[in-house]
Design a protein around this ligand. Structure first.
Ligand code: SF4
Length: 453
C-alpha cells in the first residue's frame, strides 16, 4: 500500500452486540470522519472494515467470528485492504485471534479504540498493529458530534464497566471496573445531540443505577436526569439496565415526577428462585423483588416494566422452572427478554454442578416466551381507547403507514405504534388514540400534534 495514498480510504464499521458497542462505534466513526477518511455504510465498498465485536456469550462470539470471516472474503471479491477487529472479543481472546485468524490486519481493545486512526494507518502500512491494553477507557472527554440525518433517538453511555460480578457474567473481565462519566460530560453530549434534532436519549451502562458512586460517592442518577431534562430539544429520557440492588426511592420519584422521563423501567432480574438468585450472586431475593415491583407500580401506575430472565442456570430444577413461570404470570411484566444460560469459561457459574441440557434450556425459553406473548397481548389491550404520546420515526411506504414508539417501547427490543392518518414530518411527538392492539405492537390515530418543532 503506497503510504502517500493513506488517509482517503473508504472505511466501514460493522457493529455487533449491544448498544454500548454501538456507542463505541459512533465514537470511532466520529474520529475516523474527523481524520478525513470516507465513512461508507456498505463494507463491500470499503478499503478498511472495522468489525466491532461482541464477546459476551457463545452465540455472540460465534456471530463475531463468522462476521470476521465473511468480511475477510472481500479481500478476494471486493476492495478490502485492511480488516480490523475491535470490541469485547478482542479483549477476551486477543491471543487466539492473532493465532487462528491471519485474515485480521489489526486488533484494538475496548480500552484503546480512541487510537483507531493509528490502527488504520499502521494496518494499511502492513504493520499488523495490536493494541489491547487495560479495559479502562474513560468516556469523559468523548462527545459524539455526529449522528446520522433523521436520528431522533440515540444512546448515551453514562458509565462503563461493572463491579457486581454476577457468577455467569464475563463483562467485568473485558469491560473493567465501574467508572462514571461526569454529569457535565453527559449533559454536554445531550446538548450536542439535541442540536442535531435528537428528541430521545437512552441512558445506558452495564449497571445504570450505580452511576456516580465512584465519582461523587453517591448514586447520582437522579441528579443527572434532572440536569439532562433541562436541555432544550430533549423530550424523552429513557433508562436502560437498572440494577435492582441500587434502585432508590429518590430515583423512583424522579422517574414519576419528571415529565421528560419515560415511564419505562428496564431492570434485569435474571430469575425468581432464591437459591438460583444466590448462585447467580444477584441482589435481593424474590420477596425483595416483589416488594420493589409493587412499590414502583404504586408510585407510577402506568409504568411499563421490562426485565430479562435467564433459564437453564446450573441447578435449575423442573420445579424451579414451574415456579419461575408462575412468578412471571403473577408479575405480568410489560416486556420480557428471555435468555438461555450460556456456560462461559472462567466464570464461577461454569464450575457449578447440575448443568441443564441445551435442549431443556431451549424448551423452557420457548414456554416462557409463549406465556409472555399472552401477557403482552393482554397488557397491550388495556391501551385501546387511550391517548398516548408517540415519537414518529419512519414512514413505511409499502403499507402507507407512519411508524413510531410510545414511551413504553424502547427501540429495537420492544413494540411499535402504526399511525395511519398523519402526513407531517418525522421526528414529531404526537398524541395518538390507540385503536388496535396486537401481541407486541399497537395501531392508532393522531389526536394532537405536540409542537416540538
Ligand atoms: S450487573 Fe450485568 S454486567 Fe455486571 S456482572 Fe452482573 S450481569 Fe454482568
Amino acid at each position: 500500500m503506497n503510504p502517500e495514498k493513506i488517509g482517503h480510504e473508504k472505511v466501514a464499521i460493522v457493529t455487533l452486540g449491544c448498544e454500548k458497542n454501538l456507542v463505541d462505534s459512533d465514537i470511532m466513526s466520529h474520529l475516523i470522519d474527523d481524520r478525513g477518511y470516507q465513512l461508507v455504510e456498505n463494507p463491500e465498498e470499503a478499503d478498511v472494515v472495522i468489525v466491532n465485536t461482541c464477546g459476551f456469550i457463545d452465540a455472540a462470539k460465534e456471530e463475531s467470528i463468522n462476521t470476521i470471516l465473511d468480511i475477510a472474503e472481500y479481500k478476494n471479491t471486493g476492495n478490502l485492504k485492511s480488516l480490523i477487529v475491535s470490541g469485547c472479543l478482542t479483549q477476551r481472546y486477543k491471543d487466539e485471534l492473532i493465532k487462528e485468524m491471519p485474515e485480521i490486519d489489526g486488533i484494538v481493545g475496548t480500552g484503546d479504540f480512541d487510537q483507531i486512526n493509528t490502527i488504520i494507518e499502521d494496518s494499511l502500512a502492513g504493520k499488523k498493529p495490536i493494541l489491547v491494553g487495560n479495559p479502562a477507557f474513560s468516556y469523559e472527554n468523548v462527545t459524539r458530534k455526529k449522528v446520522k440525518e433523521g436520528t431522533y433517538s440515540t444512546y448515551i453511555k453514562i458509565a462503563e464497566g461493572c463491579d457486581n460480578n454476577c457468577t455467569f457474567c464475563t463483562i467485568p473481565s473485558f469491560r473493567g471496573a465501574f467508572r462514571s462519566r461526569s454529569i457535565e460530560s453527559v449533559v454536554r453530549e445531550a446538548r450536542e445531540l439535541a442540536d442535531q434534532g435528537v428528541k430521545e436519549v437512552i441512558l445506558i451502562a452495564q449497571d445504570l443505577t450505580n452511576y456516580g458512586m465512584d465519582l461523587y460517592g453517591e448514586q447520582a442518577l437522579p441528579r443527572l436526569i434532572e440536569e439532562i431534562s433541562s436541555v432544550d430539544g430533549i423530550e424523552w429520557i429513557r433508562l436502560h439496565y437498572a440494577y435492582p440492588g441500587y434502585f432508590t426511592d429518590e430515583l423512583l420519584d424522579v422517574i414519576a415526577e419528571n415529565p421528560k422521563v419515560c415511564k419505562y423501567i428496564d431492570m434485569p432480574l435474571q430469575h425468581s428462585e432464591d437459591h438460583i438468585l444466590k448462585k447467580m450472586r444477584r441482589p435481593g431475593r424474590q420477596r425483595d423483588i416483589r416488594q420493589l415491583i409493587s412499590k414502583i407500580r404504586k408510585r407510577i401506575p402506568d409504568v411499563a416494566i421490562r426485565t430479562s430472565i435467564i433459564v437453564g442456570f446450573p441447578g435449575e430444577t423442573e420445579q424451579d422452572f414451574e415456579n419461575l413461570l408462575q412468578f412471571v404470570k403473577e408479575m405480568e411484566f410489560d416486556r420480557l427478554g428471555v435468555f438461555t444460560y450460556s456456560d462461559e469459561e472462567g466464570t464461577p457459574a461454569s464450575r457449578l454442578p447440575d448443568h441443564v441440557s441445551q435442549e431443556m434450556k431451549d424448551k423452557r425459553a420457548n414456554i416462557l416466551m409463549e406465556v409472555q406473548r399472552d401477557i403482552s397481548r393482554r397488557r397491550n389491550g388495556r391501551l385501546v381507547g387511550q391517548e398516548i404520546d408517540v415519537l414518529i420515526e419512519k414512514y413505511d411506504g409499502r403499507n402507507d403507514v407512519y411508524v413510531g414508539r410510545s414511551q413504553f417501547d424502547a427501540p429495537e427490543i420492544d413494540g411499535e405504534v402504526f399511525v395511519k392518518n398523519y402526513s407531517g414530518s418525522l421526528g414529531q411527538i404526537l398524541k395518538v388514540k390507540v385503536t388496535h392492539s396486537y401481541d407486541f405492537d399497537l395501531a392508532g390515530e393522531v389526536v394532537l400534534i405536540e409542537s416540538s418543532q
